[in-house]
Write a protein of this length. Sequence first.
Length: 328
Amino acid sequence: MATCQKLLSCLFLQLIVILMVSNLSNAQGLKLGYYHKTCPNAESIIQKATYRVISRAPTLAAPLLRLHFHDCFVRGCDGSVLLNSTKNNLAEKAAVPNLSLRGFNVIDSIKAEVEEACPGVVSCADVVALVARDSVSMIHGPYWEVPLGRRDGRVSIMNQVFAELPAPLANITTLRQMFAAKGLNMKDLAVLSGGHTIGTSHCNGFTNRLYNFTGRGDTDPTLDPNYIVKLRQKCKPGDTKTLVEMDPGSFKTFDEAYFTLVAKRRGLFQSDAALLDDPETKAYVFLQATTHGSTFAKDFAESMVKMGRARVLTGNQGEIRKHCAFVN
């Protein structure tokens, strides 16, 4: 009888745990077709508006994807990266890593279109998530279904960026910790780093690797010496204005070429090179480099959905901002 009671007790505890996990998952409140009844044309409006932008300026796809990444990694995917600083608060926009962010005007414009159709219904955070997806798919990248229902946060603090956003100088240990804090594993790290297949970087994001890696006027030994020569021709010490393609030759096209570069020790950032310092991320890099990105598109879509769930606000949390740069 005692054994039976213990067994029933254990089963009851297991059931409680299962229910708690289920409720936590459901509490996120994200689902496909979230606006089907409240704003049935929302996704279509956003997709068409994004197409107009990307068809004219395909290089904006990278900044729009980056906006979503920077939003989700600080306070979760709540649109906090879009908020302007106020008299009493410096917002995320003011942090050095975010000073080079672009595309705010695109998000504001698209949000305005959605507001005209359905006032006060669609969040800025959801607009950012959908625009990132549509931008990538429009430059030959993967398409993924975006679960929706995010609410907008009312808080944006500059100093939190430095603590939560992975930096270009980050090593594998720091990257592992920062991704794990968002519910992302080492495969997600390798996959999402592949987003560097599009876009550009200012020289000061990596010139320490070219001229003064350890403070002795040396170069980064993990960077291909021949590539260092080429990069030095483009970037002089102290250059903060010149832009360099992160994936030379195909920086406007979403493809697997990034992994070929990293495998050849030609990743632009220390965080790119760091992928070769972990067995799992290294294996993923070489898998994509040697199989022409056989699973990259599918993997990227899955990891983006995972990232898009990071610490979301749902239900009665947060708000639906009328203008993305200001709280209501």
